[in-house]
Design a protein around this ligand. Structure first.
Ligand SMILES: [Zn+2]
Length: 246
């Protein structure tokens, strides 16, 4: 959509805008720092095609302070992300967009939940904001047999497979390792990923293949479309409750 002219977009008058959010951060010894952004770009394109949406370019930088320790991961303050997303949502609303779908392709955006909740509480029913968090799909893909492992939080079987499918020239499979930290995810409050995992991998990267990557993209696209559609439907059918549309 961003390759179209403004007149083409204005003429088409889309109601749904899609924002795919990535991150620039360490992804172990074998994957590039652009991994989440590259995945966000690809998923955004696929979902936009299925939902006939206005797609913004994938956002490269969000919040990833838990990835600090080696030079090259870049983040903004959570409050800045909240404000940035709110500004963008308001600019879309002013132009007549009725729905915004956010595709979250990086696990560490902990301010996403209050952001989405606040946008809906403040703007329903004029603007509906739905969120599809790709972190939720690992267990589904594992149950369906698309993934062999259920240990991944970061740079494991799934992300390695996806990068092998879309940018194999950037993946160093000879350096891929399996490392599954023993601390729970919530302990990222007490020390970054590189404290818990020496390699920066949280999962089993050696299990990644391009063939799996293609299957993951296809299935994730369906899951995202399904989640966003159901969330929009749930919000759209709500009636006013006393003073509240939320
Ligand atoms: Zn990632």
């Amino acid at each position: 959509m961003y390759q179209k002219t403004i007149d083409e977009i204005h003429e088409k008058d889309p109601e749904l805008a899609l924002i795919s959010v990535g991150s620039i951060e360490q992804h172990g010894p074998h994957l590039p720092i652009m991994t989440d952004w590259a995945i966000a770009t690809e998923l955004g394109k696929r979902v936009a095609e299925k939902m006939d949406a206005y797609l913004l370019p994938a956002f490269p930088i969000s919040t990833c302070r838990e990835q600090m320790g080696k030079k090259g991961s870049v983040w903004m303050e959570p409050v800045t992300f909240y404000q940035m997303m709110t500004d963008i949502a308001m600019s879309l609303k002013l132009q007549g967009f009725k729905r915004i779908g956010i595709i979250q392709c990086h696990g560490g955006i902990f301010i996403m939940t209050p952001l989405v909740r606040d946008l809906n509480a403040k703007n329903n029913p004029d603007l509906l904001v739905a969120l599809a968090d790709t972190c939720n799909y690992g267990s589904v893909l594992y149950k369906e047999g698309i993934l062999e492992t259920s240990t991944e939080l970061h740079a494991g079987e799934s992300e390695t497979s996806m990068m092998l499918a879309i940018a194999p020239e950037t993946v160093h499979m000879d350096l891929a390792v399996d490392e599954v930290p023993t601390v729970p995810r919530a302990w990222l409050n007490y020390g970054g990923v590189l404290r818990a995992s020496k390699s920066g991998v949280w999962g089993e990267a050696t299990k990644g293949t391009a063939e799996k990557g293609e299957k993951i993209f296809a299935r994730m696209t369906e899951l995202i479309v399904d989640d966003l559609t159901k969330e929009f439907e749930y919000m759209a059918k709500k009636e006013k409750y006393n003073y509240s549309y939320f």
